[in-house]
Every structure is written in structure tokens, then in C-alpha cells.
Write a new protein. Structure first.
Length: 269
């Protein structure tokens, strides 16, 4: 579909990974503060009628946590967070993340936002989907300068889950924790295996056939542009205006009406 925006394609791709039948079930999903595309994917899953619980740390109303992230960490430590999303200033071929900075410790080159609880969440959530819209050799590196959250651990270290996949603005990778390596799962329209290799600093496996990342279905687009946007307008007004052409002070428009028409299940809030 020529009118599909990259953000919509990425949200639909993330939603498919959330619902992947070969992955542990996603009954309770937590989404961090600066994650509009993962948040859109989670709302898409909910608006499709899936009985998942969302803990959206960015949401100004309806956030279930009353003491900040302490309760999120408690739930994760108890094994009650099934899925989390993480990104990094650098991500390497072993799914290690760098949120500290480049150069010698403690990141004396370019400074990143900081690792906060990423190491704990990465190891204690049942699975993690890595997400970074920028796909370039400066982000996807052979080896991160500093490991703030490790993709795999030495034998004997307790770890509940690993990365399931890495979604970027160019492709989707699947992660294989048994060999600490990515394989190419699909390429977005306009990309090839060669273009992905040229933009990726780490090596990865390529199957005999690499499919194109599917477009969102008309039903998924209707949900994203309507009910999903409705849920996100409060917290991500700039994102909704740029991607969906919606603003909080605007009445129902074509996208909103189409979204309501495509909603087959009542909103689960």
C-alpha cells in the first residue's frame, strides 16, 4: 500500500511479533515512556480484541503504578511481566544494548540517556522485543562500546527471558539466544538483503528466502488511525498529528470514522 507510513508498518510488524504463536504468551505487556510505535502496536493488539493487560508508563491517566517504576520492577521480578520493549544507542550482533555512551567507560564520547532498569527488565521479563527505528552502522554495531543490558549470559546465570526480535526502520531480525546471533526475518519494502548488510555493522544469518514485511491490513490501518490514535492522543499528540493526521482539538475526521467502522470489538481500557 503506497499510503502506508513507516510508523504504521512498524506498529503492525510489532503487533504480529507480540502475537507470534511460537513465542511465550503476552498476557501482561509493559511499555516505557518514549515508545509511541511500540505503544501503538500494543493498542492495536488490544483493539483487535486480544485479552492482554497493558502497563503504559507514558500514560498520564490510567497508569496502574502509583510509586513510579518500583512496582514495575517488583512485577517483573515476580515473573508477571511477559513482554517489554527496549532500544539502545548501540545494539550489537549478540543483542547487547548500550544506553550509557560511546567510547571508554563511562561513555566519554557521545552520551546516551542512561540504562536505568534496562538490564533488570531485559533479564527478568519473559521476552523482550528490541526496537530502533534508525538502522545504520553507527547504531547496529559489531560490538557495543559499553554493555548496559546483556543479550546473553554465561551458563549458570539466572535469566528468565531473552530478546525475541529486533525491529528497525529497514527490516525485522529474529534473535537466537542459543547461538547469540540474529537472522533476517523480513525486509521492508524497498530494501534488499544487500542493502540491509550495507547498513548493519554486525553479521547475521540469512535464510534461503527472505520475505517482504507485510503491509498492515485495511482492518489494522483502520484501527491504528481510529481507536488506537484515540488512546494515544493524550500522551503523544505530535506523533498522532504527524502519523495519523489527528490532533486532540480536532473533531471526528475520515481517519477517525474509518477507525470506528473497523473496530469489531469494544475498547478494552
Amino acid at each position: 500500500m503506497s499510503d502506508v507510513k513507516l510508523e504504521e508498518r512498524l506498529a503492525a510488524a510489532l503487533a504480529r511479533l507480540i502475537l507470534a504463536p511460537d513465542a511465550p504468551p503476552a498476557r501482561h505487556i509493559a511499555v516505557g515512556a518514549a515508545s509511541p510505535i511500540p505503544a501503538a502496536a500494543c493498542w492495536l493488539v488490544r483493539k483487535q480484541g486480544r485479552p492482554v493487560r497493558l502497563s503504559l508508563l507514558h500514560r498520564r491517566s490510567g497508569n496502574p503504578f502509583t510509586e513510579g517504576t518500583r512496582e514495575l520492577f517488583d512485577l517483573t521480578g515476580q515473573g508477571r511481566i511477559d513482554l517489554f520493549f527496549l532500544g539502545g544507542g548501540q545494539i550489537d550482533g549478540q543483542a547487547n544494548l548500550n544506553l550509557v555512551g560511546t567510547g571508554e567507560w563511562p561513555g566519554r564520547g557521545v552520551r546516551f540517556p542512561g540504562s536505568f532498569g534496562s538490564a533488570f527488565m531485559y533479564m527478568m521479563a519473559h521476552r523482550t522485543i528490541l526496537f530502533r527505528e534508525e538502522h545504520s552502522p553507527r547504531v547496529l554495531v559489531e560490538r557495543v562500546d559499553n554493555i548496559s543490558a546483556s543479550g546473553v549470559n554465561e551458563p549458570g546465570v539466572f535469566r528468565r527471558g531473552h530478546a525475541q526480535a529486533l525491529v528497525t526502520g529497514k527490516c525485522v531480525f529474529r534473535f537466537h539466544p542459543d547461538r547469540a546471533r540474529f537472522s533476517l526475518l523480513s525486509v521492508h519494502p524497498g530494501e534488499t538483503v544487500a542493502s540491509i548488510r550495507a547498513a548493519t555493522g554486525f553479521d547475521f544469518d540469512v535464510p534461503a528466502e527472505v520475505p517482504q514485511t507485510p503491509d498492515p491490513t485495511p482492518e489494522e490501518l483502520a484501527l491504528l488511525r481510529g481507536p488506537v490514535c484515540d488512546e494515544m492522543l493524550e500522551t503523544y499528540p505530535e506523533f498522532c498529528a504527524r502519523v495519523f493526521g489527528r490532533s486532540a482539538d480536532r473533531g471526528a475526521g475520515p481517519a477517525r470514522d474509518a477507525g470506528r467502522a473497523g473496530q469489531t470489538q469494544p475498547a478494552a481500557v
